[in-house]
Design a protein around this ligand. Structure first.
Ligand code: 1GP
Length: 249
């Protein structure tokens, strides 16, 4: 089975080329400026989805992106209701930091036969929610307790277990709009314990911050809220991600 997205993520990770995913929340998607900027900056992926969708239409949102860009679109689903066939791939997320059976395996069972028939590339992902100083929509809606921010060992053991279970990506997330992002210490500790690519997101708001997360060991950054407030930031954060290749190379 062809897995172009995953192969590309692996290749870039092996080459120590850092990657940037722009998270688009369909509820807040009201302008295509962000797509133009993402094209200009050469970002790697669009992630589309949200922990809770109130008025957005995921299919319309993916369609608008695809009309203007050839950057692969990956669904980052809050629930199985957000599966959208016209995207390129989907993070098949197991919320391994929580103990909510439905989000560990339940929704996956319901979605599996549908996904099997779709052309979406399935990216199995161990999702680790990290405490960010205040409750996020992700932790409230998922009804799970995030890993305490200062407990890097818990995050590391959780990531290790996720990799041992065969998950292809590990995603450390402080949640959208997090007050405090995942610490460099935790990113470093988790990166030391796994071989699969490490995604980090939640509360990244500057190029300097992005650089630090990458230097700590993140292979891909996921940024959403900061670009909603200031789309131009996309250019400087993407630049930081690309320059990091040169620094590490
Ligand atoms: C949330 O990691 C993503 O799941 C992105 O977070 O919106 O805070 O950038 P932000």
């Amino acid at each position: 089975m062809e897995r172009p997205i995953y192969q590309n993520i692996l290749k870039k990770t092996d080459e120590k080329k850092k990657q940037l995913a722009v998270l688009i929340d369909p509820d807040k998607f009201d302008s295509s400026d962000i797509i133009d900027l993402a094209n200009e900056a050469g970002v790697d992926y669009f992630f589309v989805g949200g922990s809770l969708m109130v008025k957005g239409n995921i299919e319309q949102c993916v369609r608008s992106i695809k009309k203007k860009s050839s950057i692969p679109v990956i669904i980052f689903p809050g629930t199985a209701m957000q599966i959208c066939n016209i995207a390129d791939g989907i993070l098949f997320i197991s919320l391994i930091s929580g103990r909510n059976a439905d989000l560990l395996i339940g929704q996956h069972v319901a979605a599996a036969p549908y996904l099997k028939q779709s052309k979406l590339e399935i990216l199995s992902t161990g999702y680790i929610l990290v405490d960010s100083g205040r409750q996020t929509t992700a932790s409230y809606i998922s009804n799970t307790t995030p890993v305490p921010a200062n407990k890097s060992e818990i995050a590391a053991c959780t990531a290790m277990a996720g990799e041992m279970l065969g998950l292809s990506l590990i995603y450390l997330d402080a949640g959208s709009g997090a007050k405090k992002a995942v610490s460099e210490k935790m990113i470093k500790r988790v990166k030391q314990t796994i071989n699969v690519p490490l995604l980090v997101g939640g509360g990244i708001r500057s190029a300097e911050h992005a650089r630090k997360a990458l230097q700590a060991g993140a292979d891909m950054l996921v940024v959403g809220s900061a670009f909603e407030k200031n789309p131009e930031l996309l250019l400087s954060i993407a630049d930081a991600v690309h320059k990091e290749v040169i620094l590490q190379g």
